[in-house]
Design a protein around this ligand. Structure first.
Ligand code: C2E
Ligand code: MG
Ligand code: MG
Ligand code: MG
Length: 277
């Protein structure tokens, strides 16, 4: 009896697993060529300076609208793109598109008022091909100054091969591109890496920001990250700011920049350009 149940159980799980694998394979097939079919697009979420609440830049966020699957969340398809290697095709397209969009923003504004664009780069892109060359090419073609491009890397991407990452980031840094560590605080890497890896900023993960007003530990950690980063000359950005009180508290603690639904949802390039005026 037990043996039977076990067997059925096994069969059930194995079928469920087959289905999950099948879904992933199907998704991978659909993702291939999605850019050419116009299903992938970028939205831009404003990033504000806390001292005067001015918009200073935007993060480019990828969206996938599939005719049958509907809108597939980035948490799902970015993972598929990374594991299948498709990110090495999609990543450069994202970079190229974001640079071209940023070059069009704020026409007529004073150069010091022109915003930067911040682009997510996955670990796989960091460790394959020549990222500095790709970046230089995109900037040149778009006519965008390097200072107006920021790259967001996750802690884990950087620490998995610190020596390689350091060399690469130094190269980008010398070219004038800023590098930010994304989802900071979630990767166990701690602040000691900031001494060895040349980064210009950290983005405090939104899980620390959500309960900032109620959870004294979150506030203590956030305050410590800000103090430590500033002592190293590193800019601090808060992610996932959904309430004015969070923005006020972060400003009071010395946080430099913030991003979140309270400031603005991800929007089209044209909408972002409108916001600047
Ligand atoms: P991320 O880089 O940490 O991006 C921030 C995410 O937080 C975005 O989710 C954004 O829509 C969401 N968000 C912004 N403000 C708020 C808020 O106030 N509250 C809450 N709850 N969420 C907020 P999204 O667009 O779903 O992207 C998820 C992740 O997918 C990104 O996390 C990033 O890691 C990845 N991703 C998105 N676009 C790209 C891309 O072009 N390339 C790569 N490699 N990864 C990307
Ligand atoms: Mg990001
Ligand atoms: Mg993040
Ligand atoms: Mg995140």
């Amino acid at each position: 009896q037990a043996k039977m149940a076990g067997k059925n159980c096994y069969r059930f799980y194995s079928r469920a697993m087959d289905q999950a694998v099948e879904r992933r394979v199907r998704m991978e097939q659909e993702l291939r060529g999605a850019w050419e079919r116009g299903e992938l697009s970028l939205l831009y979420q404003p990033i504000h300076r806390l001292s005067d609440r001015k918009v200073v830049g935007a993060e480019a966020l990828l969206r996938w609208q599939h005719p049958q699957l509907g809108s597939v969340p980035p948490s799902v398809f970015i993972d598929v793109a990374e594991h299948s290697g498709l990110i090495e095709i999609i990543g450069p397209q994202v970079l190229r598109t974001a640079c071209a969009a940023a070059a069009r923003w704020g026409a007529g504004l004073a150069p010091s008022d022109l915003p930067f664009v911040s682009v997510n780069v996955s670990a796989r892109q960091l460790h394959s091909g020549d990222l500095p060359e790709l970046v230089a090419g995109c900037l040149r073609d778009a006519g965008l100054p390097a200072s107006r491009l920021h790259l967001e890397l996750t802690e884990t991407a950087v620490i998995s091969d610190e020596a390689h990452a350091s060399a690469l980031l130094s190269k980008l840094h010398r070219a004038g591109v800023r590098v930010w560590l994304d989802d900071f605080g979630t990767g166990f890497s701690g602040l000691s890496h900031l001494r060895r890896v040349p980064v210009d900023g950290v983005k405090i993960d939104r899980s620390f920001i959500a309960d900032l007003q109620r959870d004294p530990d979150d506030l203590a950690l956030t305050t410590a990250i800000i103090a430590m980063a500033h002592s190293l000359g590193i800019t601090v950005v808060a992610e996932g700011v959904e309430k004015e009180a969070q923005a006020d508290l972060l400003h009071e603690r010395g946080c430099d920049l913030a991003q979140g639904y309270w400031f603005g949802y991800p929007m089209t390039s044209a909408e972002f350009d409108q916001l600047l005026r």
